[in-house]
Design a protein around this ligand. Structure first.
Ligand code: IPM
Ligand code: MG
Length: 371
């Protein structure tokens, strides 16, 4: 057997630790049944790291993340820490990891699974078959741009400001990720910005256009204003294959795309760094789209599927284990087709179950599929 893969698991806050427990069963299953082994380390992030170390992203966590082959992240935040000063908030845990590991390409699939087509707030006809991948730039733009701050003016009034800034190299590298993905999917990229009002948007449009023309003439490229994209997602979501956007527009539009599916508790994501020219490795972090859901934390009712499917993405993107990823995705779909539902995706006539029953059911399906 090849040497074990090093995983860093960061359960974080809220429902993070509960759903991560179910993933650990899947990891154990893969260890036992498939030709792949994992060495797991755990670390602190978010509010739980604030409690233990007074820092939402301790240096030790960053060091472990850098040393790992892949990071599996839960979720951070909760009302307990809402009143902390800006620079101590749990959310900085994920932002620092993205920045320090150079995780610039955030892949956020919005996939409508057939058994859940009625869970969407949109009509079934509009969402059936929706399969969108949002590629969000995640180390630049307004999230990190300087100057930023709140200043007090001479007249005593406060002024808050942020900077949306992109270097063309940052646009080029994330555009390539989007185009490469499109080639493996339906061959279309919709690049979003506000080139009508923003200078960084003008550059974004020009650079993505140039990359498309020079390197991906075979991929259909469409430019769209971000506000129009929001509208189109609600009217005709099936027109989209890959949506490429800045940190801010990608954040907003990926939530919208996820909501279309009606089951945010089902959606995973991956955030990837550059491939190292020497080792061929890349840093990568995998996390569910849903947050820490403090309102239901500790009740054993959270949906573990997004965290489990994040592990499937990890198998695929970090280790090239396409068969194992597919196996896991199929197992989750079969559990749903069999009628089990957590509260967030409950439908009439289905059986309502909690976090651990859902996790056990996935293991049972894995057993059957591998038999
Ligand atoms: C996300 C979240 C984060 C973001 C927060 C928690 C900082 O909304 O991953 O989309 O804005 O990037
Ligand atoms: Mg967000």
């Amino acid at each position: 057997m090849a040497s074990n893969k090093k995983l860093l698991v960061l359960p974080g806050d809220g429902i993070g630790p509960e759903v991560m427990r179910e993933v650990r069963r899947v990891v154990d299953w893969m260890d036992r049944r498939r030709a792949v082994g994992f060495d797991i380390e755990e670390g602190l992030v978010g509010g739980s790291a604030i409690e233990a170390e007074g820092n939402p992203c301790p240096d030790a966590t960053v060091a472990k993340a850098k040393a790992a082959d892949a990071v599996l992240f839960g979720s951070v935040g909760g009302p307990k820490w809402d009143s902390l000063p800006f620079e101590q908030r749990p959310e900085l845990g994920i932002l620092r990891l993205r920045k320090d590991l150079g995780l610039f390409a955030n892949l956020r699939p919005a996939l409508v699974l057939d058994p859940l087509v009625d869970a969407s707030s949109l009509k079934a006809d509009i969402v059936r078959g929706v399969d969108i991948m949002v590629v969000r730039e995640s180390t630049g733009g307004i999230y990190f741009g300087e100057p930023r701050g709140i200043e007090v003016l001479a007249n005593g009034k406060r002024r808050g400001f942020d900077t949306d800034v992109y270097h063309e190299d940052e646009i080029i590298r994330v555009a390539r990720v989007a185009f490469d993905l499109a080639r493996k999917r339906r061959n279309k990229v919709t690049s979003v910005e506000k080139a009508n009002v923003m200078q960084s948007g003008r550059l974004w449009r020009a650079v993505v256009g140039a990359v498309g023309k020079a390197e991906y003439p075979d991929v259909e490229l469409e430019h769209m204003y971000a506000d129009n994209c929001a509208m189109q997602l609600c009217i005709k979501p099936k027109q989209f294959d890959v949506i490429l956007g800045s940190n801010l527009f990608g954040d907003v539009l990926s939530d919208l795309a996820a909501a279309l599916t009606g089951s945010i508790g089902m959606l995973p994501s991956a955030t990837l760094g550059a491939i190292d020219a020497v080792t061929g490795k890349r840093h990568a972090l995998y996390e569910p789209i849903h947050g820490s859901a403090p309102d239901i934390a500790g009740k054993g009712i959270a949906n573990p599927c997004a965290q489990i499917l994040s592990f499937a993405m990890l198998l695929r993107w970090s280790f090239g284990l396409e068969d194992d990823a597919k196996l896991l995705e199929t197992a989750v779909e079969k559990v749903l087709a069999g009628g089990l539902r957590t509260a967030d995706i409950m439908q009439t006539g289905m059986a309502r179950v909690g976090t651990s029953v859902m996790g056990e059911a996935v293991i049972r399906e894995l057993d059957k599929l591998a038999a």
